[in-house]
Design a protein around this ligand. Sequence first.
Ligand code: SAM
Ligand code: SF4
Ligand code: SF4
Length: 362
Amino acid sequence: MSDVSANFPSTPLPDMPQDAASSITDTLRRPLRDLRISVTDRCNLRCTYCMPRAAFDKDHAFLPRTELLSFEEIERLAKLFIQLGVQKIRLTGGEPLLRRCIEQLVEMLAGLRTTQGQPVEIAMTTNGVLLAEKAQALKDAGLSRITVSLDGLSDKTFRRISDSDVPVQAVLEGIAAAQRAGFATIKANMVVRRGVNDHEIMPMAEHFRNSGIVLRFIEYMDVGSSNGWRIDEVVTARQILEQIASHHAIRPSHPDYPGEVAERWRYADGSGEIGVIAAITRAFCHTCSRARLSTDGKLYTCLFAMQGADLRTPLRQGAPDQALAGLIAGHWRQRGDRYSQLRHAAAETATAAKIEMSYIGG
Ligand code: SAM
Ligand code: SF4
Ligand code: SF4
């Protein structure tokens, strides 16, 4: 067999960091720390803000199996991202629990170490529908954190948003199974959309108080082109916090780590923690250290990016690690994304076709 790596001899070697402090940085001096991997573009729900049925119906062309990165390909790329500074990996989608034997991938990634020799933290964001049957296997495989999306407690609201017949109880059972499995950190994500589920803010807050689960409210974002986003449907983080504060005293809490997207608050009576992700009203681009690997192996450096760098083609053509790492590093170093900060100024990008979240990985 010929040496296919000879096709990639001239790619410059990236400077491999010896420790996190020397991790590669982009044009705005932001390091590469987090990697979100979309393991499937398919989903068992059709949330109206993410995969509206009109756009993702039975005629929608989901990626064929051969186009998906295999677990081995994901592992290989993940190792390179880690060499370049990544410390946390989040598996997402689409719905990650739809990817067959996903716990095997978790196990493969959970064995990886950062450049400082620490275990890489492996997290997952899931809609929770299949979590009751998967939680223990995921924990045993080494998943460290789990975030479950849930946009309301009433079946009526949940059905309206998820455009499915799945009962809320299925998701709650998934969360309970994650608690039984012993996950130290479980979070619940609620995207708040005015007139759709804002009446569920307090029921959700009450439900998760005293549960040990951190409920995070997310401002509805203009991701993708299919959800018909309008700014008047955004309930701001401030409005959400004011509503909660009118029922319970809350105090700000320090971020867990630099670049944390959620602003953390604690109930003054010790009954737990909440967070708000103010992606629209308080953009956090200045600390954004996240890269995204799409289901078919493209590297995106922003949730709102319109183009990604194809890593799968060179990977499948036999590119050596150094060449692939060079591609990743080169793409990160020229990154200047700060879409959320420019959202209001850049009307032309706001209306251009954008990549859908289910493909790029939420
Ligand atoms: N299917 C999984 C789930 O729902 O948790 C993982 C993928 S989903 C794209 C990841 C997260 O993105 C979810 O918490 C979802 O609520 C959030 N999301 C999707 N579309 C959004 C939007 N337009 N604005 C804000 N958050 C959104
Ligand atoms: Fe599926 Fe998650 Fe998107 Fe809802 S938010 S449609 S569960 S990928
Ligand atoms: Fe990061 Fe892009 Fe979101 Fe800004 S808009 S926080 S750069 S993903």
